[in-house]
Design a binder for this molecule. Structure first.
Ligand SMILES: Nc1ncnc2c1ncn2[C@@H]1O[C@H](COP(=O)(O)OP(=O)(O)OP(=O)(O)O)[C@@H](O)[C@H]1O
Ligand SMILES: [Mg+2]
Length: 358
């Protein structure tokens, strides 16, 4: 029997240092042999956001230890790894450089091929780690730096249907958290606060809800939260603001997903359609619930990565490596880091409300 490929994945695009070993079973389904993630929360929490220089230093300190742990846990010998996949972008250039250079050094010394991975492609494919998924599928990518609807046609072929024209939804969660005094990274805590609050207490704006197709905007929402946060004093008011914010995000994502679903259905005349929701914010249970209900109404199959694989991890990077290794899509050792690397390179750069026309 032919040996199944074994891939080492490395991720260092922002504030998680991660390494993972994956392979696949006889049916071609991926198997995670190890998945180690070291988060830098303690490094950045006093600053209220990620400090690139500190993040890069922390990656440098941890990357070999984390990779070693991933190798040990997988029980695979380093020399049995078939290819080394590392995030090459998008992300913080100083952080990306650490992981990619480390991967290049390993590839060179072990004489194994290198695969440079787009971090967003990792998120896009991440549900394949636990679910069967056929192309094409509609993807809502909701992460710390991106909010996009994409038509995922096949490995490496993405058509953007809509994007945020300002902040990403994860960023909006983190900024709201910061404004009500929750320590960085506050996104996940907003979900907890929201459970204790009144979602109808504050009426927050939903920018471009009724225009711009499935493009999205969150900057006006942040400004409104800023104003209210200056007035509130009690814990209950904080819970109410978190609940109102969470509800507003749900309403925006629901309305825009409806539009994207319609566009996707018009494009493909298929019997069965799939709606994948991935990225850090896909861990939000209420957002999951709302989008699962929408899928029921629209007759789409909803697919999410497991909660622990929504945020940054190296298993999703190794998975892209696995898929690319099967078609022998390897990269040279002079592959550059790409701080900006859109999944759909033909999509227009959309920033600011002025670009939303009708
Ligand atoms: N339960 C949750 N509810 C809302 N937001 C959440 C939740 N859990 C995580 N997030 C948000 O997800 C984001 C992190 O996601 P992810 O790790 O995918 O982003 P990133 O890697 O920083 O950005 P990108 O992938 O766009 O480069 C943060 O903004 C965080 O607040
Ligand atoms: Mg990410």
């Amino acid at each position: 029997m032919k040996k199944k490929p074994i891939i080492l994945g490395i991720e260092s695009s922002c504030d998680e240092t991660a390494a993972s070993i994956i392979t696949e079973n006889e049916h071609g389904n991926p198997i995670i042999l190890s998945n180690i993630v070291s988060s830098q929360v303690d490094v950045h929490k006093d600053f209220g956001g990620v400090v690139p220089e500190l993040a890069a230093r922390a990656h440098i300190e941890k990357i070999d230890l984390i990779t070693q742990k991933a190798i040990e846990k997988s029980k695979v010998k380093l020399e049995d790894v078939d290819a080394i996949a590392a995030t090459a972008g998008p992300g913080l250039v100083v952080c990306l450089s650490v992981g990619l250079s480390f991967a290049k050094a390993l590839a060179l010394s072990l004489n194994k091929p290198l695969i440079a991975v787009n971090h967003l492609e990792g998120h896009a494919l991440s549900p394949r780690l636990n679910s069967k998924l056929n192309y094409p599928y509609l993807l809502l990518l909701i992460s710390g730096g991106h909010t996009q609807f994409l038509d995922v046609q096949e490995l490496g072929v993405y058509k953007r249907l809509g994007t945020t024209i300002d902040d990403a939804v994860g960023e909006a969660f983190d900024k709201t958290a910061k404004l009500i005094g929750i320590e960085f990274p506050g996104g996940p805590k907003i979900e907890e606060y929201a459970k204790k609050g009144d979602p109808n207490k504050y009426n927050l704006p939903k920018p471009i809800l009724n225009k711009g197709g499935c493009n999205l905007s969150f900057a006006g929402l942040k400004t409104a939260v800023l104003k209210i946060s200056k007035e509130i004093k009690t814990d209950q008011e904080k819970f109410d603001l978190a609940a109102s914010f969470q509800k507003t995000i749900e309403e925006i994502l629901l309305k825009k997903s409806k539009i994207a679903i319609k566009e996707f259905r018009n494009k493909y005349n298929k019997k069965e359609h799939t709606f994948v929701i991935a990225g850090g914010v896909a861990a939000n249970k209420k957002i999951r619930e709302v989008l699962i209900n929408l899928c029921k109404e629209e007759d789409f199959i909803p697919i999410f990565p497991p909660i622990n694989l929504c945020g940054d991890n190296a298993a999703m990077i190794a998975l892209v490596g696995l898929e690319k290794s099967k078609i022998k899509k390897f990269d040279n050792l002079d592959y550059p880091v790409k701080p900006r690397w859109p999944l759909d390179k033909d999509a227009a750069f959309l920033k600011g409300a002025g670009v939303i026309l009708k």
